[in-house]
Write a protein of this length. Structure first.
Length: 108
């Protein structure tokens, strides 16, 4: 599902226009982003939790050359599914992609 499809789904379920659904989604994403940027945690009970975690600098390897490279520290965004979402997904027997519409390959 892409952003346009998500907006259409929100509009249908919440009985909103697509314009209002797009505004609601943008406000939701902005609010979650702002909280994470300020170091906070966003918990949506039953759905999941968004949080950040500090990744320390470390050494890695270039898989092509085997050369040791320095990987800088960074703040990673993490999402942990809530119990209700996890149980819902697992009770429907979905494993990975579930055969949605395939887009034709781009011609070069």
């Amino acid at each position: 599902m892409n952003k346009g499809e998500l907006i259409a789904a929100i509009a249908g379920k919440a009985k909103l226009t697509k314009v209002d659904a797009e505004k609601a989604l943008a406000a939701t994403i902005d609010s979650i982003s702002d909280e994470l940027i300020s170091g906070g945690v966003v918990t949506l009970v039953g759905f999941g939790t968004f949080k950040t975690a500090k990744r320390e600098a470390r050494n890695g390897r270039n898989p092509r050359t085997g050369e040791v490279i320095s990987i800088p520290s960074k703040t990673a965004v993490k999402f942990s599914a809530g119990k209700t979402l996890d149980e819902s997904v697992n009770s429907h027997g979905h494993h990975g992609h579930h055969g949605g519409k395939k887009k034709p390959a781009k011609k070069r």
